[in-house]
Design a binder for this molecule. Structure first.
Ligand code: ADP
Ligand code: MG
Length: 318
């Protein structure tokens, strides 16, 4: 296992208020895996990437990368980890690259900064070949398309041969065809260099591009989408994907809000063991509690469920 996240918590404090970005997130990632993280804006994806990349520290929990526990590292150890063990690719290619340098100079720069000057230009050229830019290495960035710039960024991220590449929405500003090319580049690098790659994505079709997709909701792992092995091995059969809900070790799981909305399940539910599974049922409304009565009386224009409740209150009929 390259990465183990165990009960990761991240709380930001803003103007005295606590904002929980990760709440006991558990996630394991195999060495050499190409995986994607999806989730609504604000669900904690970037927070997780920043922690894995050593840019930020979790508030609690354990995160082990390549046998090293990040929470226990001193600031200087963490700086070194960030420089040598991780490559980053950001959504805005401007953040990855120096605009007035050409492609090969951009890729050489991180090696120079790390003091690895021996054969650095040659290694930069090899990396640019690998990302499919062998013919473009002396082009200035302004002469490259957005997708080409992102592939330069991938080569920059890999300049010091980190075992882990983190890409936060690298396809956020490119078209579908270019995005497919970027994923193709990731697959090549994983195959040829054995690098582990984590990509944050908004693409609905990302499951086709990677080994595994995990969805984060509200700072927790909610579901995993896996390829159905049997189906994909038969020639001519289109690949099938299945989204599985993730259970934590305490038995908690995340039920998609649209299911709860559809079935009007809130607050509490009835759990029944049925043949082959567990059924979650709506609890039929009982007599209203004193608190609900008080709430209704404080609501001048009650609608929906509250209105129904109003109608059923003893002494309020007619
Ligand atoms: P995502 O990348 O999935 O959009 P983020 O990890 O950026 O989500 O944010 C998760 C939550 O943490 C959000 O509610 C966001 O407002 C909050 N957050 C992120 N970064 C900071 C920060 N530096 N300070 C305060 N709150 C933050
Ligand atoms: Mg983000």
């Amino acid at each position: 296992m390259l990465i183990v996240c165990d009960g990761l918590v991240k709380i930001y404090k803003v103007a005295g208020l606590e904002q929980v970005a990760l709440r006991e997130l558990n996630l394991n990632i195999e060495r050499g895996e190409l995986m994607a993280i999806v989730g609504a804006s604000g669900s904690g994806k970037t927070t997780l990437m920043n922690i894995l990349g050593g840019l930020d520290r979790p508030s609690a929990g354990r995160v082990v990368v390549d046998g090293q526990e990040l929470l226990r590292m001193s600031d200087s150890q963490l700086n070194r980890y960030r420089r040598e063990r991780v490559g980053f690719i950001w959504q805005q290619s401007a953040r990855n690259l120096i605009p007035y340098l050409n492609a090969i100079d951009n890729v050489t720069l991180p090696m120079t900064v790390a003091g690895r000057t021996h054969r650095s230009r040659q290694r930069a050229a090899e990396l640019l070949e690998r990302v499919g830019l062998g013919q473009r290495m002396h082009h200035r960035l302004s002469e490259l398309s957005g997708g080409e710039q992102q592939r330069v960024a991938i080569a920059v991220g890999l300049a010091n041969h980190p075992p882990l590449l983190l890409a936060d929405e690298p396809t956020g500003e490119v078209d579908t065809a270019t995005a497919a090319l970027i994923y193709e580049t990731f697959r090549t690098l994983r195959r040829e260099m054995g690098v582990t790659i984590i990509v944050v994505s908004h693409d609905p079709g990302v499951a086709r591009q990677v080994d595994r997709v995990v969805a984060i909701r509200d700072g927790m792992l909610a579901s995993e989408t896996v390829r159905q092995a049997e189906a994909s091995q038969q020639p001519g059969v289109t690949e099938a994907f299945e989204e599985l809900v993730v259970l934590d070790k305490n038995g908690r799981l995340h039920i998609p809000p649209e299911y709860l909305e559809e079935l009007q399940i809130r607050g509490r539910a009835r759990l029944e063991v049925v043949e082959g599974g567990i059924l979650i049922r709506k609890v039929e409304e009982a007599a209203p509690s004193a608190r609900q009565v008080a709430e209704v009386e404080n609501t001048s224009q009650s609608r929906g469920p509250l209105r129904d409740l109003w109608g059923r209150l003893p002494g309020k009929r007619g």
